[in-house]
Ligand binder design. Sequence first.
Ligand SMILES: Nc1nc2c(ncn2[C@@H]2O[C@H](COP(=O)(O)OP(=O)(O)OP(=O)(O)O)[C@@H](O)[C@H]2O)c(=O)[nH]1
Ligand SMILES: [Zn+2]
Length: 358
Amino acid sequence: MSTQQIKLEQLGWNPWFDGLLALQGQPLESAARVAAVDREQLLLMNSTGLFRARLSGSYLHHNRRPEAFPCVGDWVCVEKGPQDEVGLIHSLLDRRTSLQRKAVGSAGEAQMIAANLDYVIIVQSCHFDFNLNRLERYLVMVMQGGAEPVILLTKTDLIEPGQLAELRSRIDNAGIVAPVLTLSTITGQGIDELKQLLVPGKTYCFVGSSGVGKSTLINALAGGSRLATQTVSASGEGRHTTVRRELLLLDNGALVIDNPGMREFGILDAADGMASGFSDITGHAAQCRYRDCSHTSEPGCAVLAALATGEINQAHYDNFLKLQSESAFYQLSHAEKRKKDRDFGKFIKSVKKDLVRE
Ligand SMILES: Nc1nc2c(ncn2[C@@H]2O[C@H](COP(=O)(O)OP(=O)(O)OP(=O)(O)O)[C@@H](O)[C@H]2O)c(=O)[nH]1
Ligand SMILES: [Zn+2]
């Protein structure tokens, strides 16, 4: 345990969570961030360092839905006496943003992948791995969860500059507006640009297929940082395990979540993220004659018209229809979601006032 205390802000805490904590009537000292989840065992970080914890019986009894189970990046309220080896988690603070996988056609059961992310860095290799459809699916998923997406193309050393320019223009032509970074850990090209994006106290989650170079990159970013490489051993019930950390604090103060226990994304329920990933199409859709136009056969459909002139790319359109049919696309618009968040903010403010008055 370090004698130098870490402030919660350095672990990604922000005023948004103060309100949530106040609602629960919990002191700031009870807050900790989930650094890893290993079945029932959680690894937490707070101002004193890293420690293990488990969910209280009451928590397990009252929270049965899978998304109520803490995931990496979550903030929880935990109780741990100076003599206790393992902390006891009593509650979970609402997630500011999240990354989740939702099974299509299911009753909306979501599997949480990571929480409270500022940026999700979608990593694809320039070489072999690059796939525009998959990229769009990742983008939809990221935007739906409320984090900022960044596209990162790795292994630029394996292709010619001309080929890289072509990949970039394919991304542009698909109407994708997320920033695109490119880099090679071999030549070092683009590493500084990525470092500039990584600022203290913000949380970045790297996602992408196996082999695209995420671990190599994160190791390069982490350098020899003690907090980044530290693991926690746990002995108990006759087994000795080392929990692999997924949330790392880099030397420069940025927090990084390394490929949070996922290999493949399922198809998504793309309520509002979809609109942003397909801005070329949804932009035209506003001009359709019918408000509920499905953009497949209706007269006066501006999307079909733009498709005919080549203004909208056919493959992108096909992908749009596919995702649209697989998702509850029109359930909740982005604006509606934003408004909900605002109302919740007001609610918290009023509660805080009441607490002060008492
Ligand atoms: N040519 C080249 N190879 C790289 C680069 N970055 C990583 N690699 C190689 O790509 C392979 C996979 O890299 P990893 O960092 O393990 O990939 P990963 O995305 O972490 O894969 P998982 O851990 O399976 O998710 C390794 O052999 C690396 O040495 C790069 O910039 N250029
Ligand atoms: Zn239409």
